[in-house]
Design a protein around this ligand. Structure first.
Ligand SMILES: CCCCCCC/C=C/C(=O)SCCNC(=O)CCNC(=O)[C@H](O)C(C)(C)COP(=O)(O)OP(=O)(O)OC[C@H]1O[C@@H](n2cnc3c(N)ncnc32)[C@H](O)[C@@H]1OP(=O)(O)O
Length: 332
């Protein structure tokens, strides 16, 4: 049995039976329960239930071989954890373009949750194992010609991915080593810091309007929080994909580095961020992001219904099919 939060007490709505959020280390509930605000200190991130890792030893089941705790490889994402630094790398390796399919998203969330539950891990670097592509964004084939049930499952997985990354207690750094349109850009924007390879052939942005679709409000909120209202408004309407130097100028990414220096630089930035006590940094992060996270959490089902009805429209299906056709012609 896990211990309860030190803040847990008679003031909590779930008292005297601690809810999943009040129990430290429990991972059984993917979304926060209504008791959350009373069960954790004000401002603590709503999604991540792990206690601050700062100063704590790794929690590893006795008898588990160390190698297992350090690395796990799945189909589409390679995860490596360096326990001495507390830094994990999640490398996307889903050819040809790291598109965010339902399988990819599911694996992503499971991998991140595993790291969150490992107290040896304090920071995660997201990067790609596919040359020239960070991620091509949502897998368009998941949005074409499928059932209503499939759209609901897919969109819930997209929401889950964003809630987990944007609400993550750990330091998240995007090492963007290739093009990163739409959903790929969202992943990077949801991190705490973005380093991109200094190559004008690589671009990043929320290009949804170019596909004839509209970025959801939480994509927009995340973008506004990074670049500000004016830049986001112009960039979103135009569906702009910004080449790396322009992305730096607009603040979409924080710095550019030569490709061969990317991982080294990401590790150095991570070390700077990890030099701070986790609890102070985490509470500050939560303070900055809570409103935006809460907006989706409280409108999650509505957002799914909106996605289903929007995606099911024949005009939207036509736009997506034409876009896929254009991609195929370009590649073939
Ligand atoms: C109310 C809610 C409304 C809905 C909101 C939905 C929000 C949507 C967010 C999104 O993320 S939509 C996806 C946006 N993504 C893109 O526009 C990227 C499209 N792809 C590209 O621009 C290029 O592929 C690339 C990433 C720059 C890579 O170029 P490269 O020349 O290296 O590869 P290609 O030959 O173009 O592609 C190879 C292969 O992969 C297929 N493909 C590419 N992107 C996707 C994708 N996002 N989903 C599915 N498939 C993709 C492409 O068609 C090629 O397939 P084949 O022709 O080889 O079969």
């Amino acid at each position: 049995m896990f211990p309860v939060s030190p803040n847990y007490g008679s003031g909590c709505p779930c008292f005297p039976t601690p809810c999943a959020q009040a129990v430290l280390g429990s991972t059984s509930t993917p979304v926060p329960c209504p008791a959350l605000p009373a069960c954790v200190p004000p401002g603590v991130l709503p999604l991540s239930r792990r206690p601050p890792a700062w100063g704590r030893a790794a929690r590893q089941p006795p008898g588990l071989p160390l190698a297992l705790a350090r690395a796990f490889s799945n189909n589409k994402i390679l995860v490596e954890l360096d326990e001495s630094s507390g830094v994990a790398t999640m490398k996307f390796k889903s050819p040809p373009v790291n598109s965010l399919s339902l399988d990819f998203l599911t694996e992503f969330c499971i991998s991140l949750e595993k790291l969150e539950n490992n107290r040896a891990c304090r920071g995660v670097i997201l990067t790609s194992a596919i040359p020239k592509i960070f991620s091509s964004g949502l897998d368009i084939t998941e949005m074409c010609g499928k059932s209503t049930e499939h759209y609901a499952e897919f969109w819930r997985a997209v929401q889950e991915m964003w809630l987990r990354v944007y609400g993550c207690n750990m330091v998240m750094i995007a090492a963007v080593n290739g093009s990163s349109p739409a959903g790929g850009c969202l992943i990077a924007l949801s991190c705490d810091y973005r380093i991109m390879v200094d190559n004008p052939k690589f671009s990043i942005g929320l290009n949804e309007t170019q596909l004839g679709i509209v970025a959801p409000f939480w994509f927009k909120d995340t973008f506004v929080n990074v670049v500000g209202q004016r830049i986001a408004e112009r960039s979103l309407q135009l569906g702009a994909l910004h080449p790396a130097p322009e992305a730096l100028k607009l603040g979409v990414v924080d710095e550019l580095v030569p490709e061969e220096k990317l991982q080294e630089r990401a590790a150095a930035v991570m070390a700077q961020w990890l030099a701070l006590p986790d609890h102070a940094r985490q509470i500050t992060k939560s303070m900055m992001r809570k409103t935006v996270l809460d907006r989706l959490i409280s409108h999650r089902e509505e957002d799914i219904q909106h996605f289903i009805s929007f995606t099911s429209k024949e005009s939207i299906q036509k736009s997506l099919r034409m876009y896929m056709e254009m991609l195929r012609k370009k590649s073939g």
